[in-house]
Ligand binder design. Sequence first.
Ligand code: T4K
Length: 398
Amino acid sequence: MTKAKKIRSVSDLAVNGAAPAFQEPIHVGRPNIGSRDAFMQHVNDIFDRRWLSNNGPLVETLEHRIADLLGVKHCIAMCNGTVALEIAIRAVQLTGEVIVPSYTFIATAHALSWQGITPVFADIDPVTHTLDPEAVRRMITPRTTGILATHLWGTPCDIDALQAIADEHGLTLIFDAAHAFMTRHGSKMIGGFGKAEVFSFHATKFFNTFEGGAVTTNDDDLAHTMRLMRNFGFAGFDNVIHPGTNGKMTEICAAMGLVNLDLVDTVIQANQTNYHAYCQALNPVPGLSILPLSAAEARNYQYVVLEVSPDFPVSRDELVNTLHAENILARRYFWPGCHRMKPYRELYPHAGLVLPHTHDVADKVVVLPTGTTLPANAVDTVRDVCLALASKNNLRPV
Ligand code: T4K
């Protein structure tokens, strides 16, 4: 464990010339890694079989295990979450305009525009940070064919309201569930809602396959189509029956997935402990609050989201810079919002007018490091940095 210095006042801060609290950077998104022995055994088996990709036995096993865990009929593993989104979007035949949040990772919007579909940005609920169904309703035009909603931070969207709007207007609803693996909405696991749900298993996700992703669905025909699409449309040797691309997951990635699936409960437990420790440490500081998570929903707690209000004596960016100087690499996800990034800011220079909550939330969020590798003293150090900054204005914990 890295030993952190004690921060009692602003003069102890690295931004003011003191040594950083940690010698090595502490990242948001440090990978959680399961049993090395089990992984190496899989690697040997893969080499013995000489079957490295193309729907190998480990990919099939991983797909079955995930489908069982999520209580969904089909899980189609992919090479990453972005390609999984692109394939799902194409398979459900979205065209024209699709309504998405701007407050999401850029891949949500890019997966649409990459295939000539216009992402139309709707505002979010300022409390949950997920799409506001009434804002979605306002953005529907005759060209709208679907809604692509993100379960941001693993918080399920207002699924029932979005489904009702989709049904009312004949739209297809799919979910970007990149953050929501192993979370639940009501009695059902995320994975079986809408027409399809898309997961990311990138290295930085709490469950990773190095790179990887998956689409889950209860629709047999859709699952069949997506299996064809991820393998160039091949149905046997020399027989292409569908347009397609290369979205296949490799055996080595599936091996990582199988090993990490065995670790999932441990990771969730560690994340949950970290989350509660951050709540205890930071919620008493005036101007700071950790985004509350509903206890009723099963969570993966993979993102610890801190909101910095104008009552805090320094800006969000100053807080982030101060933490970075201590080697705590907190992130400003998903600032500034997709609509303020290329190419969307040129396409929609006035989008901000209909996205007030997106602006507000994007400007105040800091995502803090968590996971199984978080040093034991990291939460206290973050708290001490915040208290030192708060003391600039003589603020004390309430
Ligand atoms: N939809 C949503 C809502 C998403 O959040 C994402 C991905 C997607 C779709 C697309 O899924 P993928 O195609 O990625 O499967 C990261 C991830 O790269 C990205 O997967 C993730 N969302 C996003 C929220 O975060 P960056 O650019 O902010 O961080 P990155 O990849 O540089 O990693 C963060 C830190 O983690 C690094 O500074 C160092 C550390 N790290 C990273 C890797 C890869 C490690 O310590 N070890 C590692 O192996 O995007």
